[in-house]
Design a protein around this ligand. Structure first.
Ligand code: F6R
Length: 610
């Protein structure tokens, strides 16, 4: 959450910074800002709202300078306005900083500085860092930053400049990612909280670890620790292809990404499933077969949409591989007594690979000796580097804040991983071949859902007038309903409550009326009849019902007001057509409601605060 970008080099630093921030804007868009040094003075530009407002304020032609730092913000401390936008300066405008993370003791530090007469301009915790660096400054920016780092508690990634050092940047990190990219001749240095900002460049990249400080000067970079000892950092060659940020003719990234799914699911599947042998292989998965075949407990942890994928994973691992599995919301997991043995595998699922809650859960698991695996989309991300092993989704960059294609790729990988584990146990080749064949048909089935998008749009027109919804499902259609409800909440700003249909009679039925529609997911045969009974109960109390059901299912047409018919597949895989149809439904409702679909209010793509 929030994006940091810094530049020192022989090109126009402001231009580089604005371009970098564009690549990071998905991490937060409450405000943006840039600071640079001109003729011995700090210049600072800030604007609330999206980056475009900042761009309008800057005349790049007058600013051909070789150093700049920038930030896109997702508000934590202080309102989302210009005053609280980064970079933050000290009172005397000598130091400018950009910061990701949370300073836990900022209140004490701020009060102390205020008691000494220091004036603050913002409500943020970050400003305290700039004020402290200024206080600690004795002609050496590195020393001043080092001293400040020892005073502040909490998580941080910071980039610092000082008006007396126009060719110098100091960057430091603690529990918050920060990477530095540079060319072979060290003519240019790029600092960023997210390697996405290195897109289109071939760079040598180092990732700073906890309490490491980088001192960057013209053509020179050194890294030290808090004791001021030099740290030898190995760099990785990042051959970053230009990320494709085109909507490819679609009105929104979200719609493009929904339509990407037949292809992205294929990418997650190809090269891993060996259908005729009923085998699954994962590249670079180095757990020993001995460990894999002894796993008797899996804990899957994640947040939001990725957590819904964890719930599906639980069913896959238990039903196919017979391994006891729990799905844990990451922000809750770290506070639990984790029952981890040498045969436990902890799996973290994350699109971004940067989610702080998921990282915290992983750390708690690792501290108890767990073996860890991440299933992530973004390579080189913090989570993928932290876990013992990783499997990548290969879905390509997901631009829309609302996750769609990453979710279906997660389900694909989890299904494959369940078969992989099951084959190391007692799943027969014949059985595995059937499972893989069914999965292979999914992209085609999703294409058929995409073909009826105009019908789904028609239903969205009918239901968009309501303010509140129940999303119901049973068995695997319950996590499907949870995910569908999250999509609607997130992009339409409407209230959507997901329930296992059987629970309605235990209380929530009291809410049912003709003003509260039920969106029903009916594509699990195992619970189909029970689902119909629950829907009858809702209908009897006047609820309008829109059902997503498998073609040729009996009875549902007589109960639901409207039915969207989906392709038949197995109960395990029915989540694919159902969730793609639900994504389209949420998209069209949001369009009718005229919300900011790709960048919904109050949200950010990577949530890097706990
Ligand atoms: C919803 C959404 C979020 C994320 C959650 C976890 O559409 O995008 O709920 O799924 O913030 O993010 P990752 O998967 O990056 O860890």
């Amino acid at each position: 959450m929030c994006g940091i970008f810094g530049y020192l080099g022989n090109k126009n630093s402001i231009k580089a910074c604005l371009n970098g921030l564009k690549l990071l804007e998905y991490r937060g868009y409450d405000s943006a800002g840039i600071a640079t040094i001109k003729n011995g003075s700090l210049i600072n530009f800030k604007a609330s709202g999206k980056l475009i407002s900042l761009e309008k304020k800057i005349n790049i032609k007058n600013l051909n300078l070789d150093l700049a730092i920038g930030h896109t913000r997702w508000a934590t401390h202080g309102a989302a306005n210009e005053k609280n936008a980064h970079p933050h300066l000290d009172e005397m405008k000598n130091v400018a900083i950009v910061h990701n993370g949370i300073i836990e003791n900022y209140d004490i530090l701020k009060k102390d500085l205020q008691s000494k007469g220091v004036k603050f301009r913002s409500e943020t915790d970050s400003e305290v860092i700039a004020q402290l660096i200024f206080k600690n400054y004795k002609k050496n920016l590195l020393d001043a930053t080092l001293k400040t780092l020892k005073e502040v508690k909490g998580s941080l990634a910071i980039v610092v400049i000082h008006k007396n050092h126009p060719h110098e940047i100091v960057a430091a990190t603690r529990e918050s990612p920060l990477a530095i990219g540079f060319d072979d001749k060290k003519n240019e240095f790029i600092i960023s909280s997210d390697p996405n900002a290195f897109s289109g460049r071939n760079l040598n990249v180092i990732f700073l670890k906890n309490n490491e400080i980088a001192h960057i000067k013209k053509n020179d970079l050194i890294v030290i620790n808090l004791r001021k000892q030099k740290v030898h950092k190995k760099f990785e060659k990042l051959n970053s292809k230009n990320l494709i940020f085109s909507k490819k003719g679609f009105e929104h990234f979200l719609l493009k990404e929904i339509f990407d799914q037949p292809l992205t699911i294929q990418k997650a599947y190809l090269g891993r499933a060996i259908e005729d042998k009923g085998q699954v292989e994962f590249e670079h998965l180095n757990f020993t077969k001995k460990f894999l075949s002894k796993i008797d407990n899996i804990i899957v942890t994640a947040c939001g949409t990725s957590y819904h994928a964890s719930l599906i994973a639980k069913a896959y691992f238990e039903d196919q591989a017979n391994i006891r599995t729990s799905a844990e919301i990451a922000s809750e997991m770290r506070f639990k007594n984790l029952l981890i043995t040498k045969n436990t595998l902890v799996i973290a699922i994350s699109q971004s690979g940067e989610t702080a809650d998921t990282m915290a859960a992983l750390k708690a698991a690792k501290a108890k000796g767990a073996k860890t695996l991440s299933i992530v989309n973004v390579q080189n991300s913090t989570i993928s580097r932290f876990t013992d092993e990783s499997i990548f989704l290969k879905a390509g960059p997901e631009r829309s804040v609302c996750s769609t294609k990453a979710f279906s790729s997660q389900i694909t990988v989890l299904y494959l991983f369940a078969i992989y584990l099951a084959r190391l146990r007692d799943m027969k080749k014949r059985e595995a071949i059937l499972f893989l064949k069914e999965l292979k048909k999914i992209p085609l089935k999703i294409r058929k859902v995409l073909k009826i998008s105009s019908l789904i749009n028609e239903q969205a027109k009918k239901y968009a007038k309501f303010d509140s919804f129940f999303f119901l499902g049973r068995n695997l259609m319950y996590p499907t309903a949870m995910e569908a409800a999250l999509k609607l909440k997130e992009i339409s700003y409407l209230n959507a409550n997901a329930y296992p249909a059987g629970e309605m009679k235990h209380g929530p039925l009291a809410l049912i009326s003709n003003k509260l529609p039920v969106i029903a997911f009916c594509s699990n045969e195992k619970t189909y009849d029970k689902m119909l009974s629950s829907l009858m109960e809702a209908k009897a109390r006047g609820a309008p019902i829109l059902a997503f059901a498998t073609k040729n299912s009996y009875g549902i047409e007589d109960i639901a007001d409207d039915v969207i018919w989906l392709e038949k597949t197995t109960d395990e895989l029915a989540i694919f057509p159902s969730s793609v149809a639900a994504q389209l439904f949420a998209y069209y409702v949001a369009k009718i409601r005229k919300t900011d679909i790709d960048q919904p209010r109050n949200l950010a793509k990577s949530v890097t605060v706990e």
